[in-house]
Design a protein around this ligand. Structure first.
Ligand SMILES: Cc1ncc(COP(=O)(O)O)c(C=O)c1O
Length: 404
């Protein structure tokens, strides 16, 4: 394992009060369970004196410190700049807002590129806003057999009119990780901006938005052990050039001009706590980014071992079909069906056995349709930092029983 640091899943699990309820959670890609320290940070903020951000009272200064602290934490997590970290209600809301703001500079005949591998939150906002501005949408298609989205599939659609390429860093259905850096390089050559959906990737590895070539990188803390909100990271210099609609008295500074209304201070405190928790998943010294690098490498090793155990077990069960054949570079997420049992029944029957593995398209609607799974989708099992061998074995036992 990286740096020779062992990942102690038992110690990690002890921080998750929700696990005491007894279920084996494979529903992490929909939203992870929350560590005690995150819950305490949220509750602690609500128990403290907090006012609107300011410098006059201790309550104002506390709110300000929470916001700037959360920007720094997210910047460490994503290798971004704190002044380029925007908070919003969700990734979906931030993406709609950014699409509308960017569209102010679009002209009829301009183009945007989306992909069928993406979650709907990185397709529909671009398509709907494009339609409203007479802008052409081009859809890059992934290969349903392998589940891979090639660089060429995107690059072939680029023209000098392309304004934005919206692409996922990892498929929330298949775990596929497109070569975002190579896609971004081609998009930048064409003069386009690159909007990366990092919601599914962020919980599973160390993110470097610069290395990815992401002009915008969107993610959601509730997928990586934090509270329910969304984050968008971009270069502050790029954000300076974008002018969203805003209230007249509200700050026009970056990034505040993108944050409509009052921020959820308690959730921002929880977000910082989640990043700190991730940084300390394994013991070690160093600044937060250094500790994140060490911990995320150890987490990747643990999650890979759980995924290998799960997929080896599923492969031995007759009638189970897994979708896509992503290479080694993927997230620990598996999509499968059980012969003779509908995905909805599989979900229900596993749930009765204390195993939470939902069935859906999970809003990756175009992806699900392209896989031949229609709008109902299939069963998704996602590995999380608290997943252990017993969880995996419980899931396999349940599937074995259903498969007969
Ligand atoms: C890959 C991906 N993108 C985007 C979203 C939407 O995120 P949010 O709920 O923050 O809008 C999700 C949520 O499941 C997701 O998995």
């Amino acid at each position: 394992m990286a740096y020779g640091v062992a990942y102690d899943v038992t110690a990690v699990r002890a921080h998750f009060p929700a696990l005491a309820e007894g279920a084996a959670h494979f529903d992490g890609p929909g939203g992870s369970q929350t560590p005690d320290v995150v819950a305490e940070a949220v509750a602690g903020t609500l128990r403290s004196a907090v006012a609107n951000r300011g410098v006059m009272t201790a309550a104002e200064r506390r709110a300000d410190a929470i916001v700037t602290g959360a920007r720094r934490a997210m910047a460490d997590l994503l290798a971004a700049t704190p002044q380029g970290v925007v908070f919003g209600r969700s990734m979906t809301q931030l993406t709609y807002d950014m699409a509308r703001a960017l569209a102010k500079e679009w002209s009829p005949g301009d183009e945007v590129v989306v992909t069928t591998l993406d979650h709907d939150a990185n397709i529909r906002p671009w398509e709907q806003v494009a339609r409203a501005h007479g802008v052409t949408v081009r859809r890059a298609d992934f290969d349903p057999e392998s589940g891979e989205l090639s660089v060429a599939a995107v690059a072939d659609l680029l023209t000098e009119r392309t304004k934005v390429v919206a692409v996922t860093a990892a498929s929330n259905l298949l775990g596929t990780r497109p070569d975002v850096a190579a896609i971004a390089e081609r998009a930048h050559e064409a003069g386009a901006l690159v909007y990366v959906d990092g919601v599914h990737l962020t919980p599973h590895g160390l993110i470097d938005t610069g290395a990815l070539g992401a002009d915008f990188y969107a993610c959601s803390p509730y997928k990586f052990l934090g509270p329910h909100l969304g984050v968008l990271a971009a270069d502050p210099a790029l954000l300076e050039r974008i002018h969203p609609d805003k209230l007249l008295p509200a700050s026009d500074a970056v990034p505040e001009r993108f944050e409509l209304g009052t921020l959820p201070y308690e959730l921002l405190a929880g977000t910082t706590a989640a990043v700190d928790f991730l940084a300390d998943l394994v013991p070690g010294e160093g600044d937060r980014r250094t500790r994140l690098a060490r911990s995320m490498a150890a987490l990747e090793g643990h999650e890979r071992a759980m995924l290998d155990r799960l997929e080896a077990g599923l492969a031995e069960i007759g009638g189970v079909r897994t979708y896509g054949a992503p290479g080694r570079s993927r997230t620990p997420t598996t999509l499968f069906t059980v012969g003779g049992v509908t995905p909805a029944d599989t979900y229900r029957l596993l749930g009765e056995r204390g195993v939470n593995a939902p069935a859906s398209s999970f809003y990756a609607l175009e992806c699900s349709r392209r896989l031949g799974l229609g709008d109902a989708g299939a069963v998704r099992a996602g590995i999380a930092p608290y997943t252990d061998e017993q969880d995996v074995d419980r899931l396999l036992k349940g599937v074995r029983e259903l498969a007969g």
